[in-house]
Design a protein around this ligand. Structure first.
Ligand code: DGL
Length: 435
């Protein structure tokens, strides 16, 4: 009966989306309704949620466009800012999520997400984001890229963390709306709202500089969310300047398509932010950049290089007035951990103490790869999707699985990404299976 009600609900909302002319939500909602057993790609078994009164024992889903979101997972694994027993703020020597299990998805084959909007493919990006959420809600994945059949033993999740700034900018509202419409009682946390709240702890003086992808900047999600968050906290309007980099995430990741040296890329992007800030000065009043929002998952990995670039630019007397002597960096990942803890506590969905498995296979990691069974798939030399194909796709081809989600392992990561995770994200590395 319950299933039937959900089905009717889904049909109703499919109709509502159709009326609103939203092809993305309409298409996926109809697809989900057509595959209630979760056997097809981009669907989930709806009974998994309908049967459960208590979701607390389920894992938490975390997704990003690639490996960048592992910086968010690292922050989640390490966070200790609450007392686990009484939920009061403060460290208690035990990681806040010590009892929880995480399932991570990096949509590596379809990244960078930050470049879809400037290619006129915002709707396709929205579809990708909803597919990420569907993967985490469902139980289907490919045990190997070339396996003859998918596997169906992945558990559903009780919460979704959008560990990607661009995906939060373009998909947070869609994912929240879709979860509601599909009758899935999960809550959704995004990095942008969390990062904006992090600003409340930074000094009030000075301007805010947002470094992010081109897509995140063109969505204006940070300036809007920052002003709203400050306003709700009774603060005045902040000076916010943003700069979108089309390349820095790729360079940090070691993607062969972005082969600039890290220092050179960072120097250019930081200069871009400072010059944009100088150009935005109004009425001659100079407010130096003092707070820097690391508005892209990858950027905390280059915080040293970023701060050094600000320092270097400050040696230029024309630019020095626009840069504070010392800068505060806001890493949304750390604030996302707090947000997630609070939301889990509020929903009474913290996993009961004593349930943590020893270590090792407690968390599960997945990533997308080009589908090797699709022999006509245009591939670049690096083996990834050919960019004109990647950024030329249309929404609604839900019977086409041009990428497959497979387990992410140390051995399966591209060499540069592997080194990055090993050196900079030790908590993630420890849990990532060797092969
Ligand atoms: N993870 C993305 C973000 O935080 C950066 C990489 C991409 O463009 O896909 O915005």
């Amino acid at each position: 009966m319950r299933l039937r009600l959900i089905w009717l609900g889904v049909s109703f909302f499919a109709a509502a989306f159709a009326q609103a002319g939203d092809a993305v939500l309409e298409g996926l909602t109809a697809h989900v309704a057509e595959h209630p057993d979760g056997g097809a790609a981009f669907s989930f078994p709806r009974a998994a949620y309908a049967k459960r009164a208590d979701l607390a024992g389920l894992p938490i889903g975390v997704f990003d466009s690639g490996i960048g979101g592992l910086t968010v997972l690292e922050a989640l694994l390490k966070a200790d800012v609450f007392h686990n027993d009484n939920l009061q703020p403060g460290a208690d020597g035990r990681p806040d999520f010590v009892e929880e299990r995480f399932i991570y998805l990096g949509d590596q084959a379809n990244m960078p997400y930050g470049n879809y909007p400037s290619s006129g493919r915002t709707d396709y990006l929205r579809e990708l984001i909803l597919k990420d959420a569907l993967f985490l809600l469902g139980n289907r994945y490919w045990p190997k890229a070339d396996a003859p059949q998918p596997s169906f033993d992945k558990p559903p999740v009780k919460a979704l963390v959008i560990a990607c700034n661009t995906a939060t900018a373009y998909g947070l509202e869609d994912v929240r709306a879709a979860a509601k419409e599909w009758g899935v009682p999960v809550f959704v946390v995004g990095v942008v709202e969390a990062g904006a709240r992090g600003l409340l702890q930074a000094p009030e003086d000075g301007a805010v500089g947002v470094l992010a992808t081109v897509g995140t900047c063109s969505s204006e999600v940070y300036p809007k969310t920052i002003q709203r968050t400050l306003g709700l906290a009774g603060r005045g309007i902040a000076r916010v300047t943003q700069f979108g980099s089309a390349r820095l995430a790729g360079v940090i990741e070691g993607d062969p398509a972005f082969d600039t040296e890290l220092k050179v890329q960072v120097a250019g992007d930081v200069r871009g932010l400072v010059e944009a800030h100088r150009a935005a000065r109004s009425g001659g009043q100079v407010v130096p950049l003092k707070k820097v929002m690391l508005g892209c998952t990858h950027f905390p990995l280059a915080i040293g290089e970023i701060d050094a670039a600000f320092g270097k630019l400050r040696e230029d007397p024309d630019l020095a007035p626009f840069i504070a002597a010392t800068r505060d960096y806001i890493n949304p990942a750390e604030w996302t951990a707090r947000e997630l803890f609070r939301e889990l506590a509020r929903a009474r969905q913290r996993r009961p103490a004593g349930n943590a498995a020893a270590t090792g296979d407690r968390h599960r990691f997945f990533m997308s790869v080009p589908n090797p069974a699709d022999k006509a798939l245009p591939l670049a030399e690096s083996g990834g999707l050919e960019p004109s194909y990647k950024y030329g796709r249309e929404v609604g081809r839900l019977g086409v699985e041009d990428t497959r989600v497979v387990p992410m392992t140390r051995a399966g990561l591209p060499a540069v990404s592997r080194r990055l995770v090993e050196e900079k994200l030790p908590a993630v590395w420890e849990h990532l299976p060797a092969e």
